[in-house]
Design a binder for this molecule. Sequence first.
Ligand SMILES: Cc1cc2nc3c(=O)[nH]c(=O)nc-3n(C[C@H](O)[C@H](O)[C@H](O)COP(=O)(O)OP(=O)(O)OC[C@H]3O[C@@H](n4cnc5c(N)ncnc54)[C@H](O)[C@@H]3O)c2cc1C
Length: 310
Amino acid sequence: MIDQMYRKAVLTVSGQKFVEDLIRSRGFRLAQRFVAGEDAASALQAVRELEGDGILGNLDLLGEFIDSPEQCSAFADRVLSLLDAANAAGIRPYVSIKLSSVGQGQTVDGEDLGLTNARRIVGKARQYGGFVCLDMEDHPRVDLTLAQFRTLVNEFGNETVGTVLQSYLYRTEADLEALGDLRPNLRIVKGAYLEPASVAMPDKADVDASYRKLVYAQMKAGNYVNVATHDEAIIEDVKHFVLAHGIGKDAFEFQMLYGIRRDLQKELAEQGYRVRAYIPYGRDWYAYFSRRIAERPANVLFVLRGMLRG
Ligand SMILES: Cc1cc2nc3c(=O)[nH]c(=O)nc-3n(C[C@H](O)[C@H](O)[C@H](O)COP(=O)(O)OP(=O)(O)OC[C@H]3O[C@@H](n4cnc5c(N)ncnc54)[C@H](O)[C@@H]3O)c2cc1C
């Protein structure tokens, strides 16, 4: 409950225009703990650096609150260029996209623009032997995202496209079951948005219990799982679970965010687990940065210290 109140307070304050202007005026310097850079070259450079520690990358071009169809398609073009650039650099592209950024919910030529643009992106990723994960956004988008995920898996296969389920939503257990026939590649997260208690569990203990349940169910079903958390207790439990159930290290991976628990990422990679860092980049870093700050009180101090330094 206190977690929720803290998150709400930070997201409310950071949503104020003057706070955004103030933080943006300090430039990218404040965001660089969590964001790899403002362009694709910096993101690919981050992939290379992580490779040195045996950690894989998952590239995310930041671009929330893009709204016109032209902006959404231009954003999709930038993701396509990223795929080209990664491939040219000899990196197997693995990217995450938010369907809202590429036009989900807007109808153009009789079809949802998000799906049209996602098809272009997933198609190109497949051409390069890459992978696209559809991030999960706030709860009103879940139904459409899962329906579009189903369409894309049917067209491109589950080795090319995956999506995300959030353990804080009451509905998620049923969603996992309903996706079963696709043998989906799923990233399991706790959930990052400010959601009402009518749809999301307010207590952290419940969210954590639901998280374990979802990961174990996906593993038992023999489907690939991306265990996306920095929660050490959960990570330890997952390690025990896979040992006890004879699940191979190639059946799942741990995923964490760029700049968070780099020590733990390295340690897991050294222990032979597959580890992937989610690497956000782009000029539009503010909303992503705010969500990371909202996750942990110590991060507010980090921002304040950075601002005092000028
Ligand atoms: C790879 C990846 C992809 C994600 N994709 C999505 C998505 O598509 N949709 C979505 O809603 N959410 C997504 N999330 C965010 C997720 O929902 C959580 O908000 C976030 O991961 C924090 O939860 P946690 O599992 O790490 O556990 P928590 O219980 O929140 O944290 C456990 C511990 O991790 C550390 N930690 C957590 N967050 C931070 C931070 N910001 N700074 C410093 N330390 C921290 C702290 O030590 C904390 O005690 C993603 C997360 C990851 C790792």
